[in-house]
Design a protein around this ligand. Structure first.
Ligand code: ADP
Ligand code: MG
Length: 726
């Protein structure tokens, strides 16, 4: 189908949309019955596994003790029986390659029994280890193709689960993905390693405070996921949305988000139906999704779960992304997880709420009532201040992608400069510590809401500051620079590791100063806190992160401002970062180099694809439409002339000029695209500094044409149609 007809069909399909399947039977199935129904959960294990096996497995899951391989056959068998009862025919080791995606390869349980029949089999060996062909996953030089073998290793700490399809189900086993030499080819392995490092160092600090806990200290993560929903029919008519996940062309809609009528607004009916089904699917998988709401931009929404242990939260966030995508299709929509699908309105991010603790201790970032009394809390805060000051650039590198570049620093997401918002109360405490005295903290104020029938609400000590990339929000930090399409693993690994290093430093200082004498602890804590805040308070900033004044001030303070991905990624292989990751056994130098290489390549591939697509769309869609309009106008002029009216048509001149500019622009972009960089960094730099501006230039001419060419000749669905017809 061509031209305007496709666009009209899309609109008609949206307007006449009817659900393709029956509504959910929500009366009969209570959420409490559904929750975790498809998870090989603690409850299922307790019921089905022999007691000693259950106990042994539990020790591995909860206390992080080594898995006893002798129990694996029993666990595998029980898991298989449970899965088959739930309709499973296959199992898969689920893993998380460096593309940020979720990967799976299915194997049937059935094997021929030699007598013409078949039996279902699943051994401990198959549960513990898999061998997917790794050759097509990026390894960044860690493994050459002739050594394509990679293996997956069961992550006992993240429960297995069942995924459903109308035609059957299959068992999913979360795994780590490594090369045959043991190098991490994935996002999970370093995360598990960083949790171990964190546990060790946090426990040293806690021990000094007389806190003993049997459970490991771990990271907690809660990821707020933003996304757009667009009717599928629009996507089919827009090659850019289909292939790049974002619009490469498109004039701004007359109405955008400026009315602020969307945020927390009533959720449209079809969207709400989608949300309810997506949540139900996620409940079945034990993902504790909690909040849903309209976001700031039109057709933008958010889903957030209750926070969990970092590793589980990461797997669950991957499931959330997969589920949003697949359920949206059932409702005739496409879920766009891209960080910037539409120019001129907000993009999508993923606020990563982060804290440390465990089930015994709660959050170690919970200040209690008077923060200055709570020395332990302050020590953990100081560790974060020091960590962010030392390794902010590295943390920034973990969110560097081509798509997130459109968002960071665009005055809607935090700037690329890493700084920490502490809030008035905590800042005051640390200022007093710096001066050498801690008397009182500004006590929690009571918010006066002026309505007598309402109770007074306690004011959050870490008030909201949406412009800060790293904000203290009462009992946790909120890292706001993660992209909506990204895995949260990279940032979590960075946070865990940099926190480990700071806790290590603090523990060492305190151990030296106290020499086992707990009476000396208070003075030692004062000293170390003072030292840290004196050296590292440049990272603390409570003001407006969007302002020019801050950019100048940040430069004065020596805080890096790594604006683009090619600027940021090389940080991963600087000496301090290599030293950090190798010291705590989280990533080797080779693993870091491979990551820099892979992410640079992914950046280059994204930009090249987008640029090539722009050239094609400009030449085959936009140029012909504008040409047709140009000839219509030219014909009209000729006709007028023929009847003796010499009519000067400014539109014709305008269009002709724009068409010419667009052609020049296309040629320029094609030429720039043919240049190859001598290595991946040079290539990324070229794409960033030369190709991207040329893409923007081409877009500006095309978008200018869109607002003058006759609408019935324009075949691409417009911004207003995509964003406001639902
Ligand atoms: P807001 O939009 O106001 O930031 P949301 O409710 O959308 O709040 O999201 C807050 C997220 O922070 C949730 O996922 C929540 O579970 C998580 N969270 C709350 N407390 C902690 C904590 N101590 N550690 C980590 N995450 C937390
Ligand atoms: Mg939120």
């Amino acid at each position: 189908m061509s031209g305007i007809q496709a666009r009209l069909n899309a609109i008609s399909a949206v307007i006449n949309y009817k659900p393709s399947h029956a509504p959910l039977n929500y009366h009969d199935t209570k959420p409490t019955d559904i929750f975790g129904a498809n998870v090989f959960s603690d409850k299922v294990m307790k019921e089905r596994l022999p007691k000693p096996v259950y106990k042994s497995l539990k020790k591995t899951i909860e206390l992080g003790e080594k898995l006893d391989p002798s129990i694996s056959d029993v666990v595998a068998n029980t898991m298989k029986d449970w899965a088959i009862e739930k309709g499973a025919t296959h199992f898969t080791h689920v893993f998380y390659p460096l593309t940020g995606m979720t990967a799976e390869k299915h194997d049937a349980f059935l094997v021929p029994d030699g007598k013409g029949g078949a039996i279902a089999e699943f051994s401990g060996k198959l549960l513990i280890q898999g061998e997917p062909d790794a050759s097509s996953f990026p390894s960044g030089g860690l493994r050459s193709t002739f050594e394509a073998r990679g293996y997956t290793a069961w992550d006992v700490t993240s429960p297995a689960y069942i995924l459903e399809n109308p035609n059957g189900t299959f068992l999913c086993i979360p795994t780590a993905f490594l090369s045959w030499t043991g190098e991490a080819l994935d996002k999970k392995t370093p995360l598990l390693r960083s949790n171990q490092a964190l546990n060790k160092q946090a426990k040293r600090v806690l021990k000094l405070f007389g806190v003993e806990t049997k459970l490991p200290v771990t990271s907690f993560a809660g990821a707020e996921q933003e996304y757009f929903l667009i009717d599928r029919n629009f996507v089919f008519s827009r090659p850019d949305l289909l292939i790049a996940g974002r619009t490469l062309f498109g004039a701004k809609s007359a109405k955008g988000q400026e009315f602020e009528d969307q945020y927390f607004g009533v959720v449209p009916r079809r969207v709400l139906s989608f949300m309810m089904e997506a949540e139900r699917e996620l409940f079945k998988l034990g993902v504790p999704v909690k909040t849903r709401h309209n976001e700031v931009a039109p057709s933008q929404f958010e889903i957030a779960p209750i926070f969990e242990i970092g590793n589980l939260a990461t797997d669950h966030n991957q499931m959330i992304m997969t589920t949003l995508r697949s359920v949206a299709k059932r409702y005739g929509m496409v879920c766009l997880l891209h960080e910037k699908p539409f120019a001129g309105i907000n993009g999508s991010g993923k606020h990563l709420n982060y804290s440390l603790g465990n089930a015994d201790l709660g959050s170690l970032y919970d200040p209690g009532d008077t923060p200055h009394d709570n020395a332990q809390f302050l020590v953990f805060c100081a560790a974060a201040i020091r960590a962010l000051h030392k390794y902010g650039a590295m943390l920034r590198a973990t969110v560097a992608t081509a798509s997130n570049d459109h968002r960071l620093g665009a005055n809607e997401a935090p700037p690329a400069i890493m700084s920490m918002y502490l809030g008035e109360q905590l800042t005051d405490v640390f200022e007093q510590i710096k001066k050498g005295k801690v008397n009182n903290s500004k006590s929690k104020g009571i918010m006066n809401i002026g309505v007598d029938t309402l109770p007074p609400l306690p004011m959050d000590p870490g008030d909201r500051n949406r412009t800060s990339p790293f904000a203290f929000t009462g009992n946790r930090f909120e890292f706001r620079a993660v992209g909506s399409a990204q895995s949260i693993a990279g940032s979590l690994v960075a946070l865990n590791t940099m926190m480990s290093e700071s806790l290590d430093y603090i523990a060492t200082e305190l151990e030296k100063a106290t020499k086992g004498d707990s009476k000396k602890l208070n003075a030692a804590v004062q000293t170390v806190l003072q030292k840290i805040i004196k050296e590292h308070d440049a990272i603390v900033f409570n003001g407006d992160g969007y302002s020019d004044a801050w950019h100048k001030e940040a430069a004065k303070r020596g805080l890096p401002n790594l604006k683009t991905t090619p600027d940021a990624l090389p940080v991963l292989t600087t000496k301090p970062v290599i030293d950090l990751f190798t010291k705590y056994g989280v990533l080797s130098e080779a693993e870091l180099r491979s990551r820099e290489e892979i992410y640079l390549e992914m950046y280059a591939k994204t930009l090249k694809t987008e640029a090539a697509l722009m050239v094609r769309m400009a030449s085959t869609i936009i140029f012909p439409a504008a040409m047709r309009y140009q000839s219509e106008l030219a014909a009209a002029c000729a006709n007028l002339k023929a009847i003796g009216k010499d009519f000067k048509m400014s539109t014709l001149e305008d269009i002709t000029a724009k068409l010419r500019s667009m052609q020049t622009s296309v040629a320029k972009l094609e030429k720039l695209l043919s240049v190859e960089g001598k290595n991946s960094h040079a290539e990324a730099k070229h794409l960033c500094d030369k190709v991207l501006p040329a893409m923007n230039e081409l877009r500006s001419f095309a978008d200018a044409l869109e607002v003058v060419v006759a609408d019935d000749l324009w075949s691409l669905p417009s911004y207003q149609e995509m964003l406001f017809i639902r």
